[in-house]
Write a protein that binds this ligand. Structure first.
Ligand SMILES: [Cu+2]
Length: 191
């Protein structure tokens, strides 16, 4: 039915359209990113963090999971809405939540962690597990691995991102905060 030439065309189209988005829930299932990691992500792919409760998606490093990476992205603390990161490479990206003790409770996430996901998670919780390989990441410098766009109000950051702009959706976290507040006031008034 389907000719070989058509199949090759479809394969070519699929290759061009490869850029994918990965939805990651933040706080929808306790102090967790769900899923805990994404593998085989490539340059141009996007990670969309979807917030429930107050959390953040902040970039860190494999060796220091609960400390913000210099020049790394940071959603800021959000109570809802989304925050999107566009990958600039296939390098690992390490992410944590900077709210309270969430990171120490294991609230971390990784893109392309390879064999180091368990070591990253353990380090976040203050345990020592030797990581494999030498992908420890530079602690300083301009090798930002991701460009970010936020639906919140955090001010963009100093990273060297060069991803294409305009991919952000525009739901505002402040408006959802307003409705929470309004709902609270209505609840009080109903008393
Ligand atoms: Cu959190």
């Amino acid at each position: 039915m389907v000719s070989p030439s058509l199949l090759s065309i479809l394969a070519a189209v699929a290759a061009v359209a490869r850029a994918a988005n990965y939805d990651v829930n933040v706080g929808a299932d306790g102090l967790n990113f769900t899923p805990a990691s994404v593998s085989d992500a490539v340059q141009g792919d996007t990670i969309t963090f979807r917030f429930s409760g107050m959390h953040s998606a902040s970039e860190s490093t494999l060796t220091d999971p609960c400390t913000k990476k210099s020049g790394g992205f940071d959603s800021g603390q959000l109570t809802g809405g989304t925050y999107q990161v566009t990958l600039n490479s296939t390098d690992p990206v390490w992410v944590y939540c900077n709210v309270g003790g969430h990171c120490r409770a294991g609230m971390v996430f990784a893109v392309n962690p390879g064999s180091n996901l368990a070591a990253f998670q353990a380090a976040a919780q203050g345990q020592t597990v030797s990581s494999t390989g030498s992908t420890g990441g530079s602690s300083t410098g301009s090798a930002s691995s991701a460009h970010t766009s936020s639906t919140g109000s955090s001010g963009g950051g100093s990273g060297g991102g060069y991803g294409s702009p305009g991919a952000a959706s525009r739901s505002s976290s402040s408006s959802s905060a307003f409705w929470v507040l309004a709902g609270t006031l209505l609840g009080v008034a109903a008393l």
